[in-house]
Design a binder for this molecule. Structure first.
Ligand code: 5RP
Length: 220
């Protein structure tokens, strides 16, 4: 089975956690796209979805799933999204697709975060995948200098502007042994909108697609 088929299998397994009348928080990326496609098959069950990016909103709408504004829905019961890296503690690095800020907002508003991925995303220590940080453009150099002080190498994501009109700095060379502390430290730098660590509020459930089928990890 190739990686994309594993992502699809994980995405389809997440349907088991959707209930009648849900307004589903929906993530961004290729695994989330598989989830949106699967969700279309049960759209009659749903009251709608809240999207974490313009791209996901467009895909949901094209498939006939109403996209609602988080300001009108209140908190959600469930959020489903992919990840770039995950540990057994369900700490994540997200934002490879640049949607980290809206993803964090929808995840924060949701009671349960179901993370879906192929099993290559499971790691012992976060940081091999460059950690994305969304930054207000005028703070690019300031934030870069502060990242160096934290031991990382800041790399501007060339030609990329987020849905919120900001830039992304990807941090290379981090070995993130304390993801909760690193998440907080980065967010203290003026000009940082947010960073791609989901550690203060990790996922609640991780569904992994692999060669042997589906496995799930839940937070203790
Ligand atoms: C987008 C994300 C994605 O969830 C992450 O990049 C994983 O992407 P994919 O499902 O395509 O492997 O955080 O901002």
């Amino acid at each position: 089975m190739d990686r994309d088929a594993m992502k699809k299998a994980a995405a389809e397994a997440a349907l088991d956690y959707i209930e009648y009348g849900d307004i589903v928080g929906v993530g961004t990326g290729s695994t989330a796209d598989h989830f949106i496609d699967a969700l279309a098959g049960i759209k009659a069950k749903l009251d709608g979805a809240v999207a974490s990016s313009e791209a996901s909103a467009q895909r949901l709408q094209q498939l006939g799933i109403p996209v609602l504004d988080l300001n009108t829905t209140g908190d959600l019961r469930i959020y489903v999204d992919g990840t770039d890296e995950a540990t057994r503690h369900l700490h994540l690095i997200k934002g490879g697709g640049g949607a980290l800020t809206r993803e964090k907002i929808v995840a924060e508003a949701s009671e349960k975060f179901v993370c879906i991925a192929d099993d290559s995303k499971l790691v012992d220590v976060l940081g091999s995948f460059p950690l994305p940080v969304e930054v207000i453009p005028m703070a690019q150099s300031l934030v870069g200098r502060n990242i160096v002080k934290l031991g990382g190498v800041p790399v501007l994501r060339d030609g990329f502007i987020t849905d919120n009109g900001n830039i992304i700095i990807d941090i290379q060379g981090l070995n993130i042994v304390d993801p909760v502390a690193m998440e907080a430290e980065l967010n203290k730098i003026p000009g940082v909108v947010t960073n791609g660590l989901f550690a203060r509020k990790p996922a609640d459930l991780l569904i992994l697609g692999g060669g042997e089928g589906i496995s799930t990890l839940s937070r203790k």
